[in-house]
Design a protein around this ligand. Sequence first.
Ligand code: ADP
Ligand code: MG
Length: 277
Amino acid sequence: MSNTSKVHDDVLSRAVRSGGERGTAIVEVDHIAKTYGSGAKMHEAVRDVAFDARPGEFLCVVGPSGCGKTTLLRCLSGLMPPTSGEVRLHGRAITSPPPQMGLVFQEYNRSLFPWMSVRRNVEQPLRKRLGKADRRTAVDEALAAVGLTGHEEKYPWQLSGGMQQRVAIARAIAYRPEILLMDEPFASVDAQTRIELEDLVLEVCATYGITILFVTHDIDEAVYLADRIVVLSPPPCVVKEIVTIDLPRPRDQIATKALAEYSELRKHVFEQIVGRH
Ligand code: ADP
Ligand code: MG
């Protein structure tokens, strides 16, 4: 074995080993299963998924299309009860969407209110929480963080897809969630915008110390963003492996992706997902 591949093997075995270690968990996903319907219409979407998320962690969940990722996130957010198993936040079972949790979905055009301005969209979840002046400051800050200062009075339909997704991210961060759940948030934007939004979310996560659970089918995206990746099997999904991504931070679209370790980890996750090993 060459020295270089020895180094890479070490990276991988360390990555896979440490994926199983337990730290202080903020979210515990305790053997979730979800079956839709009943009788002849029964459909098993999630078979058995268990993992923990640690405070401030960027955790990616990766799996093939249709493997049950959205189902899993709906159970995690308390929007839908699992058929069995439990999700806990700070040790307490989640039975409805907890106030500490923010959500960003793939379809930004369905998550924003088209009849409300950018400012009002971002402000909406804060209405019960903050007074008018504080709301204004929080919205201004969040819009500045996503580079949308000056677009406050526009309507979603006056913005590009990438800008609309920025509004959705601004709304999530203005709310200052402890945990942000994101379901393939960049799947519907062009490649250039996607790169910008990936870096934006990394920055937001680091600045505000938010724990992020990020679902994607895109292996490159997961390896680039994550501290750990939960790799799901084909449907109905189980956890195939939890891989630690100890690539240096801050990540950089060119420098990080040029690292030999990045390629090795990417190859490893790819093999797990396509089943070649
Ligand atoms: P992914 O997000 O990984 O693409 P989903 O969680 O959306 O996967 O779907 C997993 C499986 O569950 C799919 O076969 C899908 O058709 C099915 N499914 C999703 N939502 C429902 C539902 N509300 N009722 C019945 N089946 C569903
Ligand atoms: Mg999905």
